[in-house]
Ligand binder design. Sequence first.
Ligand code: PXP
Length: 237
Amino acid sequence: MTKLSVNINKIATLRNARGGNVPDVLKAAVDCEAFGADGITVHPRPDERHIRYDDVVQLKPLITTEFNIEGNPEKRFMDLVLAVKPHQVTLVPDSHDALTSSAGWDTQTHFAFLSDIVETLRSQGIRSSIFVDSDITHIEFAAKIGADRIELYTEPYAANYAADRQAAIASFVKAATVAKSLGLGVNAGHDLSLENLTFFHEQIPWVEEVSIGHALIADALYLGLKKAIQSYKNCLK
Ligand code: PXP
């Protein structure tokens, strides 16, 4: 079964637009779980323009499914995750000024750094996942690093889906097959939507978890949050 982890950053972005507490991010997380989400993902960025560090601390005791925290493992981020101890930390090489994550790690170049981080997480009982492109070398190095999982950066799949979905998925099937053969769990995320998720799941049914934010929250404007989550879950059946 592929789990759906709902990324609630966009709900925080909406709240931050007015400075108050509407919508309530903590309530939204609990409601997402009640509506069928298998997990909650947050991606605190250094400028806290989406989810805030304090939100992450407050979310931890409320979450009864799986808590995934994504981010660049700088000191402040590592202090946060080691204090909060989520189920999973997804390591993402996003720069401070990045609009959103736009590439996976070069796991070969950053081998020593990532090995230390993964070891630190493991010593605290936290599962590690390394965000990578569908690049076989980077997946092989993720396995050598000792990561528990990789998260495939699916933006290129989503971007090419409409033109030729077989061509768009090909490198991801290959990457996920190699990852599985190396004993890595496979997660996926970025730009997955109601349009492209069903085919992704059909082609790579062994993906353990997809984390989805932007499209799901946008769909919730029309469908409502409950129906949006249920629609995404239906794509994963
Ligand atoms: N995975 C990672 C590592 C991300 O940075 C993001 C965006 O914050 C997502 C998944 C979710 O992408 P989207 O918002 O396009 O669903």
